[in-house]
Design a protein around this ligand. Sequence first.
Ligand SMILES: [Zn+2]
Length: 141
Amino acid sequence: MWKCPKCGRSFKNRNQDHYCGQPPKTIEEYIQRQPEEFGPYLRQVNAAIKAALPDAVEKISWSMPTYWKKVNLIQFAAFRKHIGLYPGPEAVEAFSHQLQGFKTSKGTIQLPYDKPLPLELIGEIAQWCRNAFGGSTDLNP
Ligand SMILES: [Zn+2]
């Protein structure tokens, strides 16, 4: 564990890259704080998820952009070489076939910046998460 001397937060890796001030409050704020060159990628991923989940709430949870409905349905985060997509282990398992060629680990999919973003697939995964964990899609519950 390493504790940042400036903000006092603890991290697994020494000198972990992070924002020392208040955490961002909105997804757009989060994206604005990332290196400029990542912005277009993050906005595309965000737009794909947003279009797939019109009834989910956008928020920041665990310092990550999050789409929420009853539970955190899907989250993402920017890294130096990839975007991490966090739909949960069940979704990664369910889409393992379509995700061949992408690095995955338990509940996480790595979307490298140097590969075309599978935006359609990201939307499908987001919808899968909503159907699995977000309850009914009925607009008048
Ligand atoms: Zn800090």
